[in-house]
Design a protein around this ligand. Structure first.
Ligand code: SF4
Length: 362
C-alpha cells in the first residue's frame, strides 16, 4: 500500500495493522504523519484546547536492585548517594505541592529490597489522611517487586495498595515491551508479560493507568510497533489506559550511552502513536525530555496534552537533561500554540479553563 493509502486508511477510522504501521514509519515524510495525527487528534478532541495537570514527582528512594543500563537515577544498596525519604519528608513535599495547586502525586522509586507491602500501606494511608490528592504512583515494576518481596500475588498486592489509597498507576517501566530488548537494557526488571499483567489486573479491579514508551535504546522499528500493538491490544481488553506518553532515551550518565533521538524522530514516533493507538484518547507531549519548543510543536503532531508541571523531577534530570516549567509557562506555551489551556485532573476532567486572548495584529 502507498503512504497516501495508508494515511487515508488511518483517517477513515480503520485500524492499521503492525505491517502497515511499520511501512508508514519507514516511508512517510514527517509532515505526512503530522497531518494525519493532527486530523485524528482534532476528530477526538474537537475543542481547541490542550490540557495539563499540576503534580509533583516524589522519588521516595533511589536505592534499586535492578540496575537498568539506561538509568542514571539509581544507586545499588550500600552505594554512597543512596537515599530513602522519611514519611515526614514525603508529607512535606506533598504539602508544598498541594500549596501550589497540585491535584496529583506521582511517587516512584527504585526496587528497594527492604520495603515490603506494609511500608507502602502505611505511607499511602498517611498521605490520604493528610491530603485530598490523586495518588498516581508505583509503576508496574515496583508492583511486581513489592509482590515478590512480600510473597503476595500481583492481584493481592494491587488490591491491598488500592485499599490503602493508591488511586491509579503511572505507566513507567514499560520502556519497550519486547523481551529481547528488555533483556539487553534492563535484565533484572519485570518482563513485558509481567508489565502487561499488572495493568490488566489493575483494570480488572477498576483502577486506571497510563502507558509509556521509552525508545531509542538500540531497538528495531518493528520492536516499537510491537510495543504499540501490545498497548493497543491490552486497551481493547481492559480500557485501563487514560493516556499514552512516549519519550526518547536520554543517555547522559547511563551505562547504555549512545545519543538521544532528536526532535524529528521524537515527533515521528509521537504522530505514529496517535495514528496507531486509536483506542487511547489522550496522547501526551514530553516537554521534560524535549524542552518547551518541541513540546509546543508536538501539539500539532497528535498530542492533546502537555503532561504535568512536575514541580520536582529527578529521574530525567539525573541524565543531565533539565527543563523547568511553571504552570504559567505551560499555559503560555499552549496559548502561543493557538489553543486554550485547561488544567485537568489525572482522569482528564477539566478543573479550570484558561482562555487564550485573541492575537492582535500590529
Ligand atoms: S529504571 Fe527504575 S528499576 Fe531500573 S534501575 Fe532505574 S530506578 Fe531501578
Amino acid at each position: 500500500m502507498s503512504v497516501a493509502d495508508l494515511l487515508k486508511l488511518s483517517l477513515s477510522g480503520a485500524r492499521l495493522n503492525p505491517d502497515d504501521a511499520l511501512n508508514l514509519l519507514w516511508r512517510a515524510a514527517l509532515p505526512e504523519v503530522a497531518w494525519a495525527a493532527d486530523k485524528i487528534c482534532s476528530a477526538k478532541h474537537p475543542a481547541p484546547i490542550r490540557s495539563y495537570v499540576i503534580d509533583r514527582n516524589v522519588n521516595y528512594t533511589n536505592i534499586c536492585v535492578s540496575g537498568c543500563r539506561f538509568c542514571a537515577f539509581y544507586r545499588r544498596p550500600g552505594d554512597s548517594g543512596g537515599y530513602l525519604l522519611s514519611t515526614d519528608q514525603i508529607v512535606g513535599k506533598i504539602q508544598e505541592a498541594v500549596d501550589l495547586g497540585a491535584t496529583q502525586i506521582l511517587m516512584q522509586g527504585g526496587l528497594h529490597p527492604d520495603l515490603r507491602i506494609e511500608y507502602y500501606e502505611d505511607l499511602l494511608n498517611t498521605i490520604k489522611s493528610h491530603f485530598d490528592v490523586q495518588i498516581h504512583s508505583l509503576s508496574a515494576p515496583e508492583i511486581v517487586y513489592i509482590a515478590r518481596v512480600s510473597s503476595l500475588s500481583i492481584l493481592d498486592t494491587l488490591s491491598r495498595l488500592r485499599s490503602s489509597g493508591l488511586d491509579s498507576l503511572p505507566g513507567g517501566g514499560a520502556e519497550i515491551l519486547v523481551d529481547k530488548v528488555r533483556s539487553r537494557v534492563s535484565p533484572n526488571k519485570c518482563s513485558a508479560d509481567e508489565w502487561v499483567e499488572v495493568m490488566r489486573l489493575a483494570g480488572e479491579i477498576g483502577m486506571r493507568a497510563t502507558a509509556t514508551m521509552v525508545f531509542g535504546m538500540g531497538e528495531e522499528l518493528a520492536d516499537r510497533i510491537e510495543h504499540l500493538d501490545r498497548i493497543r491490544s491490552l486497551q481493547d481488553d481492559t480500557n485501563v489506559f487514560t493516556a499514552f506518553i512516549a519519550w526518547p532515551f536520554q543517555p547522559g550518565n547511563t551505562k547504555l550511552k549512545g545519543s538521544a533521538a532528536g526532535a524529528h524522530e521524537y515527533l515521528r514516533m509521537l504522530a505514529m502513536s496517535r495514528i496507531y493507538l486509536d483506542n487511547i484518547d489522550n496522547i501526551q507531549a514530553s516537554w521534560v525530555t524535549q524542552g518547551p519548543a518541541v513540546a509546543q510543536v508536538a501539539m500539532r503532531f497528535g498530542a492533546n496534552d502537555i503532561g504535568s508541571t512536575m514541580i520536582e523531577e529527578n529521574v530525567v534530570a539525573a541524565t543531565g537533561v533539565s527543563h523547568r516549567m511553571s504552570e504559567a509557562d505551560l499555559i503560555d506555551l499552549i496559548h502561543s500554540a493557538g489553543f486554550d489551556a485547561a488544567q485537568r485532573t489525572t482522569l482528564y476532567e477539566t478543573i479550570k479553563l484558561h482562555k487564550r486572548r485573541e492575537m492582535i495584529e500590529q
